[in-house]
Design a binder for this molecule. Structure first.
Ligand code: 5GP
Ligand code: ZN
Length: 115
């Protein structure tokens, strides 16, 4: 655990979150700032900063979870017509929390444009 990391504190239960999915290695929880309803973050419980720090086993594990979590979100609401999956790496790319995470952002209609 990185003592200064918000997402490590969420994993540890020190900061509360709304859990969407959890097992020994992965946690998915609602983003505090919902781009659209159901906006979820998927993280490895192990602290790694970004995509460059995954070893093959950790990469295989997180990527094996994302389709299952995305499908559960999609199936949770018939109004969801699409999903964006986004992973920001580095400040220039919009990363603000330096514990690797994947945004799953439901899309509801044509007027719900990408942002
Ligand atoms: P990034 O910009 O690094 O790709 O995304 C970080 C995300 O973490 C943002 O969408 C932000 O709303 C979310 N976030 C920041 N602090 C918290 C928090 O304490 N709890 C939760 N659930 N999400 C957070
Ligand atoms: Zn962390």
């Amino acid at each position: 655990m990185d003592e200064n990391c918000i997402f490590c504190k969420i994993v540890a239960g020190i900061i509360p979150s709304y859990t969407v999915y959890e097992d020994d290695t992965v946690k998915a929880f609602l983003d505090l700032s919902q781009t659209t309803p159901g906006h979820t973050l998927v993280i490895p419980k192990k602290h790694i900063a970004n995509i460059y720090e995954y070893n093959p086993d950790l990469a295989a594990n997180i990527f094996s979870h994302i389709p299952m979590i995305a499908t559960a979100i999609k199936n949770s609401d018939p109004k969801i017509k699409g999903l964006n999956i986004i992973n920001n790496n580095g400040e220039l790319a919009g990363q603000t929390i330096f514990h690797s995470h994947f945004h799953i952002i439901p899309r509801y209609s044509n007027s719900d444009t990408f942002s």
